[in-house]
Design a protein around this ligand. Sequence first.
Ligand code: CDP
Length: 218
Amino acid sequence: MKLIPVITIDGPSASGKGTVAARVAARLGFHYLDSGALYRLVALAASKLENPGEAQLAALAQALPARFEGDRVFLEDRDVSDELRSESVGEAASRVAALGSVREALLARQHAYCRSPGLVADGRDMGTVVFPAARTKVFLSASPEARAERRYKQLMEKGLSANLTALVSEMRARDERDMHRPVAPLRPAPGALLLDTTALTIDEAVEAVLEHYRNTRL
Ligand code: CDP
């Protein structure tokens, strides 16, 4: 069986993962998995339910009626791409993501992205749980202030409202929850390249990941 190269890019909220991962995938002509979007989709679909229990959320994750078309995301037939990026959905995603059975239900869907010629997978547990055998692993970080500023700019560009001080504290709370949950906590995979992007441009971060890929691929 031909080995399919997988690059995992994990890290906290607004560390630049999404942009860097998508650009690395485009440069290499690889597939791209935005695993956070799956948790966001589950959270969004769950917002229609009244007080769902864990089993109900896992069933929802298992049968998630989501479609990705280019950079648009559909839930059933509704384009939810913009709604998905809001902070409230991110917050709700981090809550459903703490449930082991929801994570389990999303595993097969994530594994299905691993197709020739290769995959760049972005999330919290790509290198530790979902693709532990990946040869190229990266853990992106940046200071909370730099991350809050990036998120602020992103939200403004999308015409969404935001408050910088609130963003810093929400970001810290989400980091805490993601790092300290018992299932698949956010932490660097063994052997991952630790890349602090506080003082790096996106292009510099992309180049650093590509160089790490060249050094670690078969
Ligand atoms: O864009 P941002 O980094 O803020 O969020 P995201 O990557 O879209 O992920 C939203 C939430 O989903 C995170 O706060 C995590 O709790 C959860 N998540 C996860 O648990 N595992 C993943 N592989 C990806 C996201």
